[in-house]
Design a protein around this ligand. Structure first.
Ligand code: GLU
Length: 424
């Protein structure tokens, strides 16, 4: 997202936030320091420089990363982010979050993340294709259906995944569908994958509201970010009967206390010249910081890291926060929200629906047998519901908030596998 959002500010570091929660969980579990030391740092960090011929004939070099945080539970898994602000600490945090996320939803993967420092919005399709293929070649010995499986993240989608599967398959001399997930349906993608993260956010919202004794028809919701996760979360949450009163994207925040028709907003973005919400009618234009502080029952931050900070956490009015983005709340803001009695469904639980359906895609690729959308959704909803209940119960057991509980459950599982497998 843009500089309009306060994210990307050098004042906050997602890796520091991740480490603070990690240390809390280590303490609660009484985890042996040796195991904590292994899991605090990534297994592997690969940095590459990718030369790309631009449309005007000049050559530009782009920096790329792939961080493998762990592979104790299975091949490492995680998306690739194309963004001008992406940096190594951010990718390290995102890779570790993938480890915890996969453990929470009980899928047999470790965690990884990739990033390429580029501005995809200002690049042509041809430039993006050459960049994606160059990145794939640079990572050809890291990626693999049994070793490390990328997927989409901010700035990438099914088209980039199609180029990855094509380039990797060419290098290996055979079709390797299972090397990447989030592919187009005709190229071995899974039905339901595009909607999966937003769907998991909806299931988390529905389950949390039920725990709080709030009927969807009595709730209002604000969604920050209108990309894949934000727009689909907003649509599915509104289909539950919750009134969406605020949405936002790079162009600003949009508020209507009477409710916003999410389908109209999606259509509007599709047809707008800049592919964003600028000029969307029948709403008041507000800033992104005002959006986060709106009066509402549920707040879904689905844009990027470090949006809820000690500077604005006191002003948040939502009773429930469901984190669609990775790392939208800084560690320092956790305590403030807890004191205010806000229920936070943490990122590593709330947005785990995406990687869950990525796992289903990988399973279908390996089986060569493809499921109906109904089967995908049913299994993904069930996985999310079970994970939610586990974390909710762990929070009660350890007398901690759901974020700390999520880290405790994940760390407990991964450290057990580490102990059983041994280090070498
Ligand atoms: N990028 C998504 C995430 O952060 C999906 C990762 C995947 O499907 O592997 O969870």
């Amino acid at each position: 997202m843009s500089s309009q959002l306060n994210g990307g500010s050098p004042r906050y570091n997602p890796l520091e936030s991740m480490n603070r929660r990690f240390d809390t969980a280590v303490e609660i579990l009484g985890l042996d320091k040796q195991f904590a030391d292994v899991l605090r740092v990534p297994d592997k960090v690969v940095i590459c420089n990718i030369p790309v011929t631009m449309d005007d004939g000049t050559i530009k070099v782009f920096e790329g990363f792939r961080v493998v945080h762990s592979d104790h539970l299975g091949p490492s898994k995680g998306g690739i982010r194309f963004s001008p602000d992406v940096n190594l600490d951010e990718v390290k945090a995102l890779a570790a979050w993938m480890t915890w996320k996969c453990a929470i939803v009980n899928i047999p993967y470790g965690g990884a993340k990739g990033g390429v420092k580029c501005d995809p919005r200002s690049m042509s399709k041809g430039e993006l294709e050459r960049l994606t293929r160059g990145y794939t070649i640079a990572m050809k010995d890291v990626f693999g259906p049994e070793s490390d499986i990328p997927a989409p993240d901010m700035g990438t989608g099914p088209q980039e995944m199609a180029w990855i599967v094509d380039e990797y398959s060419k290098v290996k001399g055979q079709n390797a569908w299972a090397v990447v997930t989030g592919k187009p349906i005709v190229l071995g993608g899974s039905l339901g994958r595009v909607e999966a993260t937003g769907r998991g956010v909806m299931v988390s919202t529905r389950t949390a509201l039920a725990k709080m004794g709030i009927k969807p028809s009595e709730a209002t919701c604000v969604v920050q970010g209108f990309g894949n996760v934000g727009s689909i979360s907003a649509r599915l949450i509104s289909q539950m009967g919750v009134k969406i009163v605020g949405i936002s994207d790079v162009s600003g925040g949009y508020y209507n206390p009477e409710g916003i028709d999410v389908n109209d907003a999606v259509e509007y973005v599709k047809n707008s010249p800049k592919r964003n919400l600028e000029g969307f009618p029948n709403v008041s234009l507000i800033s992104n910081s005002e959006l986060l502080e709106l009066n509402c029952t549920v707040l879904v931050p689905a844009a990027m890291e470090d949006q809820i900070t000690p500077e604005n956490a006191h002003n948040i009015k939502a009773k429930l926060i469901v984190e669609g983005a990775n790392g939208p709340t800084t560690a320092a803001a956790d305590a403030i929200l807890e004191e205010k009695g806000v229920l936070v469904v943490p990122d590593i639980l709330a947005n785990a629906g995406g990687v869950t359906v990525s796992y289903f895609e990988w399973v279908q690729n390996r089986l060569g047998y493809y499921w109906t959308e109904e089967r995908v959704n049913r299994r993904a909803d069930r996985a999310m519901k079970i994970a939610f209940e586990n974390i909710y119960n762990a929070a009660a057991k350890y007398k901690v908030n759901m974020r700390v509980a999520a880290y405790v459950v994940a760390l407990d599982k991964v450290s057990q596998t580490l102990k059983l497998r041994g280090l070498f």
